[in-house]
Design a protein around this ligand. Structure first.
Ligand code: ATP
Length: 611
């Protein structure tokens, strides 16, 4: 059974959360992906600006170093008195050391700002992915790819695009201005060369790589999904003889990815070669123009070498443009998540004991997973006062798990209201709701940890006697006692070292230990044989304190005579309601199902133990 956010799920959580100490963060709803991402960079703007200036200073130091060194070498050839060279010698040393120091400081400042920003972005992307829960179409591999490689695109946007682009722009302006002092004509020639290197070639690189780059991020996402499917689904693929087919599909994607990357690399090399050509041609042209302009010999050499360095700095823009093109798809995916990211709240549950008795009322609750599709829950009504025990039954796909999901807040209704103690359920922050409503949801996850750690997830710090009581009610206590490591028995990844029934009992014990005021139990006895199922259901109901209410979802009708009311759901609607005795006496789904199950179980029990 799986449920997820319907199409009607709102983009943000309500701001009027009940303790009012959380403020929604506006991440913007429109604009280019860069703008959406950079809006989050505001708190780090000064640090980023500092990093940009330091990068420019580093490049400028490199330019000044090469120019001064050229002047020094060419002047030294004329054997002037040493004192005429002293300043240049000191400058070369200072620039050589200064460049290293500046580069180091720039890297430190840039990474400091960017890693802070990336932490924020990753938190919000994670919040958005978590808010979607298991929404239709969302794949864990793709989510992982968004969280890891797409968020790295944000880092690269700043460190490999914006910072170097700022530095290249500033150094180009300074280089042209300095050349202007020596020869305006040479400065004009340099400006043309810089425009080629810093504008025309980056545009060319963008055009050549844009289409291929747009395919890369989704393809990487699909490959990550393949990796998850091939590892998690390995046993099932092998059982159906489908391993080769699945591996073949993944290999096909890998080959496509490799082809695209080769194409990108080839285009990149071609543009790089053009860059070298532009640098050489610009240096040659500056040299000729400077000579024609009557610039003295030594300065001509300085201009030529300075031009080579300046053009090389401007060529960093080609790399930045290429990076930017490659990052856009990832940035777009991150921006899409940031736009829907719920407010990151600082809300924490208020201190004090968890509530033990609450009242819940469903008023005409309708849930739709697809806006045009039929409702999974249709104008559902129910009063669940403290202490009431209600069972929900019905055929497969009737909407039972959807009801549990709505009640635990993971799915929002498209219409109607769920009111918990006078407050709309949506007004409760996600951190607070489990204190009121919780329990065993469909396909509960068992962690790769010890039995104790898995249980304490339900109620951290619970004393051992409570662990004993919960495991006894779930029928797991004897098994725990028999294990050499007892509570410290490791249960394996996804509880893989347990039987299906033990896994279910462990998840059930954890739900009981959590002691929410409203206990939701979605198929608590799934995977247990009929006798064990009867025992477990009876002991779970007996172990739940009288003032706590229970919403029990079940395929199995035995044992439901212990609950106060039974609702029969069909296609999201309540078609029958009443107590067990009334329903078995009334023609309808419940009576038919009861008779079928009784016959089947009598047959099972008549088999008895094998000799
Ligand atoms: N994530 C989802 N996306 C789209 N439709 C969904 C999703 N989850 C459930 N549905 C649909 O909603 C309806 C109710 O599903 P739900 O899981 O609540 O039924 P159920 O009564 O719990 O079924 P079962 O007893 O088989 O577990 C079904 O038609 C199902 O296909």
């Amino acid at each position: 059974m799986s449920v997820s956010d319907p199409a009607s799920y709102p983009d943000t959580l309500p701001a009027d959360i009940i303790d009012g100490n959380a403020a929604p963060v506006t991440t913007g709803r429109s604009g280019a992906p860069e703008r959406v991402v950079l809006r989050l960079a505001r708190p780090y703007l000064n640090r980023l600006l500092g990093a940009g200036l330091l990068a420019a200073a580093t490049e400028f130091a490199a330019l000044a170093l090469m120019s001064t060194a050229t002047w020094l070498l060419m002047s030294a050839a004329g054997r002037p008195p040493l004192d005429r060279l002293t300043v240049a010698i000191v400058a070369v040393r200072a620039l050589a050391i200064g460049r290293g120091v500046l580069r180091y400081t720039e890297r430190l400042a840039g990474h400091d700002a960017v890693l802070r920003l990336v932490t924020d972005v990753r938190t919000r992307v994670f919040a958005a992915l978590a808010a979607r829960r298991d929404s239709a179409g969302q794949r864990s591999g793709d989510a992982l790819s968004r969280l890891v490689s797409d968020v790295e695109a944000v880092q690269d946007l700043l460190l490999r695009v914006l910072v170097p682009a700022t530095a290249a722009g500033l150094v180009s302006v300074v280089a042209v201005a300095a050349t202007m002092v020596v020869s305006p004509a040479a400065a004009g020639t340099l400006a043309v060369g810089l425009l080629f290197a810093g504008v025309a070639l980056p545009v060319l690189a963008t055009v050549l790589t844009r289409r291929a780059a747009a395919e890369l991020a989704p393809l990487r996402g699909a490959l990550a999904t393949d990796a998850v499917d091939l590892t998690h689904g390995a046993a099932d693929l092998a059982a159906f003889g489908a391993t080769d087919r699945a591996r073949g599909a993944a290999t096909g994607r890998i080959q496509r990815l490799a082809r695209i990357e080769r194409r990108l690399a080839a285009a990149g090399f071609a543009v790089d070669a053009l860059g070298v050509l532009v640098a050489g041609l610009t240096a040659g042209a500056v040299l000729l123009v400077a000579l024609a302009d009557g610039v003295a010999g030594v300065l001509v050499g300085v201009l030529a070498v300075g031009t080579l360095v300046a053009v090389e700095v401007a060529l960093a823009l080609v790399g930045a443009a290429r990076q930017w093109t490659g990052l856009r798809a990832g940035l777009t995916r991150v921006a899409a998540l940031l736009r829907e990211a719920p407010a990151v709240t600082a809300a924490t549950p208020p201190p004090g004991p968890a509530p033990t008795a609450v009242e819940i009322r469903f008023s005409d609750v309708t849930v739709r997973y697809r806006s045009a599709g039929p409702p999974a829950l249709d104008r559902f009504r129910l009063d669940l006062p403290p202490g009431r025990r209600v069972a929900v039954v019905g055929p497969s796909g009737a909407g039972k798990s959807t009801l549990a999901a709505v009640l635990t807040g993971s799915v929002r209704p498209a219409a109607g209201r769920i009111v918990l103690d006078g407050q709309d359920l949506s007004a409760y922050p996600a951190e607070l709701l489990p204190r009121f409503v919780g329990g065993l949801l469909a396909e509960a996850y068992v962690f790769h940890a010890t039995v104790r750690e898995n249980l304490l997830l339900g109620r951290p710090g619970a004393p051992e006697e409570d662990l004993n009581a919960a495991t006894a009610a779930a029928g797991l206590a004897r098994w725990v006692r028999e294990q050499p490591d007892g509570w410290d028995t490791v249960v394996g990844e996804e509880g893989g070292q347990l039987s299906g029934g033990q896994r279910q009992r462990l998840a059930l014990a954890r739900a009981l230990l959590a002691e929410p005021a409203v206990l939701v139990l979605d198929e608590p006895t799934e995977g247990l044989d009929p006798v064990a199922a009867d025992d477990v259901l009876a002991s779970v109901l007996a172990a739940t304190p009288a003032q706590r209410s229970v919403l029990l979802i079940s395929h199995r009708l035995r044992g439901l005579d212990a609950v106060d009311e039974i609702l029969v759901l069909e296609s999201g609607r309540v078609v029958q309601r009443g107590r067990h005795a009334d329903l078995v006496a009334t023609p309808g789904w419940y009576r038919d199902q009861w008779q079928l199950q009784e016959v089947a179980e009598r047959g099972y029990l008549a088999l008895g133990p094998l000799p």
